[in-house]
Write a protein that binds this ligand. Structure first.
Ligand SMILES: Nc1ncnc2c1ncn2[C@@H]1O[C@H](COP(=O)(O)OP(=O)(O)OP(=O)(O)O)[C@@H](O)[C@H]1O
Length: 353
């Protein structure tokens, strides 16, 4: 296949194994995110793919080419991979155009720099030096420089980390659009769930040196492989259920499942906070609960509720509502697809970031 394929990749520092069998597939033209907590090995993975760090075992290939199989390695400069580090790492003594054209043949530099400046929305700034640009502009120059050599794959290592929240959102939207226009295949490393969910065609959640799950954003959010992945992507209500074929019997009544659960058994289903709604009336399928906490978050309200222990629900439920909830009590209803998780029913708890 074209695109990037990583299989069974192991790598470490000295005796410490950091990557313990990573499998990752990024199809040609796709934007992928590697999402994971600090220290799980995201940067090490990018560095192995880029050729800055050796694989101990496994295989990394790009299109038909094997880049590293633990025995032979293609040098970084022959991989046709672009790399944008966290701080952009521009050459301070070169102009913006000079930075962008750096790796190109002399005759093509000017024209290519102008084309890329337009692509990243920095027309007319080619003669400035990096210190005369804002942080966001510098990152766009770093992106343009990485795109200039027309790499087969672009690696972005937390390129928005140093920027404030508003600029970060704006820039990642722009960068995603730029990469799509350029038809680039790219991997973005981040530990920001919202960034991953909004940027990527495919997200690989990394945990302790392995990929816990790789899937499209919507699937990963609503149908995670396990409770830890569910909690890492956002707040989750884990509700005990009797799973039976295509449905789950819960304290909220019968709910359709995301996937057939097979023969009847006890288990746990995932319900995201937006799947719970509050009402003042004891409607069918509504469970009475006490509001323990509620706060305004701009786009919605986050309401924490404590159901009656005899209902067999977690100690607390989390719902996101459009408006404030004006009462001390509420009836909670669930809607949409419930996702079965292979967790013991002894772990009914709300998890999340
Ligand atoms: N040069 C090194 N020598 C020894 N250990 C290292 C070295 N570089 C990284 N490590 C260790 O490897 C592990 C993974 O580091 P890595 O930078 O890949 O994680 P990460 O997921 O990118 O983290 P972050 O999100 O904080 O950047 C960490 O435990 C780190 O301490």
């Amino acid at each position: 296949m074209s695109g990037l394929m990583v299989s069974g990749l192991r790598a470490g520092h000295g005796r410490a194994e950091i990557l313990s069998g990573v499998d990752l597939v990024v199809e040609d033209g796709a934007l992928a995110c590697v999402l994971g907590p600090s220290g799980c090995g995201k940067s090490t993975l990018l560095r192995v793919i880029a050729g800055f760090h050796p694989a101990a075992a496994g295989r990394v290939s790009l299109g038909e080419r094997t880049l590293d199989d633990g025995r032979s390695r293609l040098p970084a400069e022959r991989r046709r991979i672009g790399y944008v580090p966290q701080d952009g790492a521009l050459f301070p003594h070169l102009t913006v155009a000079g930075n962008i054209g750096f790796g190109l043949p002399r005759g093509r530099r000017r024209e290519k720099a102008a084309e890329l400046l337009a692509l990243v929305g920095l027309d007319g700034l080619g003669d400035r030096h990096p210190h005369q640009l804002s942080g966001g502009q510098q990152q766009r120059v770093a992106l343009a420089r990485a795109l200039a050599t027309e790499p087969e794959l672009l690696l972005l290592d937390e390129p928005f980390a140093a920027l404030d929240a508003a600029l970060r959102t704006e820039l990642r939207t722009e960068v995603a659009a730029t990469l799509r226009r350029a038809g680039a295949t790219a991997i973005l490393v981040t530990h920001d769930q919202e960034e991953a969910l909004s940027f990527a065609d495919t997200i690989a959640v990394m945990r302790a040196g392995r990929i816990a799950q790789q899937a499209a954003p919507h699937e990963l959010y609503h149908a995670p492989a396990d409770a830890a992945v569910a909690g890492f992507l956002g707040e989750a209500n884990l509700v005990p259920a009797r799973l039976d074929g295509a449905k789950a019997d819960t304290a909220f009544g019968s709910l359709p499942l995301t996937a057939d659960a097979g023969t009847a058994r006890r288990g746990v289903v995932l319900l995201r906070p937006r799947q719970l709604s509050l009402t003042a009336d004891p409607l069918p399928g509504a469970v009475r609960a006490r509001v323990t906490r509620s706060h305004f978050r701009g786009h919605d309200h986050r309401v924490e509720l404590r159901p009656d222990p005899q209902d067999g629900l977690p100690g607390s439920l989390i719902a996101y509502t459009d408006g404030p909830w004006p009462h001390d009590d509420a009836y909670v209803r669930a809607q949409g697809l419930a996702h079965p998780l292979d967790e013991s029913e002894d772990t009914p708890t709300a998890v999340g970031s």
